[in-house]
Design a protein around this ligand. Structure first.
Ligand code: OW7
Length: 393
């Protein structure tokens, strides 16, 4: 006997997203899989089922789109991603290229450049003492080091944030905010593709390495351009938001900040814990390729499943005292980067950015305090802050 538990909770409402963790606990209490009446989709919120869905790519497909929109029934707003929104065998081929390009060895060579940018941003922030950390400290870091690593031209990088807002906004339900933003989609979409072409990129960089894979026939020239676009879509807002949220975690937990300040070698662990505790990626989507019985419910073919990785990171069945932010936690089984064949391909770059940023902060800063209320950006596809006033010296 299968059953269907339903809920009228709306994980994309501003109220839910403002404080999602108590709502996630409500969802988990309802059962391992729940039908959300409002959207006509399924949702999983326990660590076990989140991991099970993310690792079963033969049933839970990505070709139906990275968000709430179902590409099996609704045309995509942009040429779909050939890695995030693709299944094997296409995904296997494109993933292999990106995996190689952002390999451990490639990432190791980035540390020094990342360090210089982080040090100089933190030095400048220390001169000011009081500032809004999101626009003036956090945002410029990934917005500099990531497109630099890709080899993007230096001009108009602000466009990346407009593009990112479109990409992640399109993962959620349509809202007046997103519809207005999408008026710029044709122009910004053309801008990004033009800047991802081979001759628009620096001769050395992640972008150039992707295009080099077209010379051997592993991918086509058009596919190379789309894979560069994937890096620029997925690599900027995500790390801005995760570093911003991690900084807020440290401000909200002064004991943990003091631990880090007294031992800057904890920086990588602190960022890792923040990625569990308050990940910028809270939700992912899959679409079933066929009907399946899952965790006691019958899921139909081509149905959307919302996968709440943010909830999995707080599931007491998996974590000790999950609502405690503890940078000394021996953390294994991270879920904040997803899991399975679509797990974040450049997660080592994200970790390096976080480590370098927080190590520099811990080394240079003595006191770190809130100087006013933080504010969340209400983009449904990605959790992040728009403001975080801080005082430091
Ligand atoms: C892409 C969920 C993170 C992403 C996010 C946005 C865009 C893309 C991938 O992965 O275009 O491949």
């Amino acid at each position: 006997m299968t059953s269907r538990v339903t809920s009228d909770l709306d994980p994309f409402s501003p109220e839910f997203r403002a404080d999602p963790y108590p709502r996630y606990a409500e969802l988990r209490a309802l059962g391992p899989i729940v039908w959300l009446d409002r959207y006509g989709i399924w949702v999983v919120s326990h660590y076990e089922q989140v991991r099970a869905v993310l690792t079963d790519w033969e049933i839970f497909s990505n070709a139906g789109g990275g968000g709430l929109a179902n590409y099996f029934t609704t045309p995509p707003w942009r040429p779909p991603s050939i890695i995030l929104e693709a299944d094997p065998p296409l995904h296997t081929r494109t993933r292999a290229v990106l995996m190689r390009v952002v390999s451990a060895m490639a990432v190791r060579g980035m540390r020094h450049g990342f360090q210089q940018v982080a040090d100089s941003l933190i030095d400048r922030a220390l001169v000011r003492g009081t500032l809004d950390a999101i626009p003036d400290l956090v945002q410029p870091f990934p917005l500099t080091v990531f497109p630099d690593a890709v080899g993007l031209a230096k001009d108009v990088r602000e466009n990346l944030l407009t593009y990112g807002a479109m990409v992640f906004g399109a993962f959620g339900p349509s809202t007046p905010w997103h519809e207005e933003l999408m008026l710029q989609a044709p122009a910004v979409g053309d801008w990004i593709l033009a800047h991802c072409a081979r001759d628009a990129l620096t001769p050395v960089g992640l972008g150039a390495s992707i295009h080099a894979a077209a010379d051997t026939g592993e991918i086509t020239a058009e596919e190379a351009t789309l894979l560069v676009r994937s890096l620029l879509s997925a690599g900027v807002d995500t790390t801005i938001d995760s570093i911003g949220l991690a900084l807020r975690c440290l401000i909200d937990h002064p004991d943990q900040w003091r631990l880090l300040r007294d031992d800057p070698s904890l920086a990588r662990a602190a960022f890792e814990e923040a990625t569990r505790y308050d990940s910028s990626s809270q939700s992912l989507f899959r679409t079933t390729l066929r009907a399946v019985e899952f965790a006691g419910s019958d899921i139909g073919k081509h149905e959307k499943v919302l996968v709440l990785v943010g909830s999995a990171g707080r599931d007491p069945a998996r974590w000790d005292d999950p609502d405690r932010f503890d940078i000394r936690r021996k953390l294994t089984g991270q879920i904040g980067y997803g899991a399975g064949i679509h797990g974040c391909v450049a997660q080592m770059m994200a970790r390096l950015e976080g480590e370098v940023f927080f190590q520099s902060l811990a080394t240079k800063v003595k006191t770190l305090d809130s100087a006013g209320p933080s504010a969340l950006r209400l983009n449904p596809g990605l959790r992040g802050l728009t403001q975080l006033p801080i005082a430091m010296n």
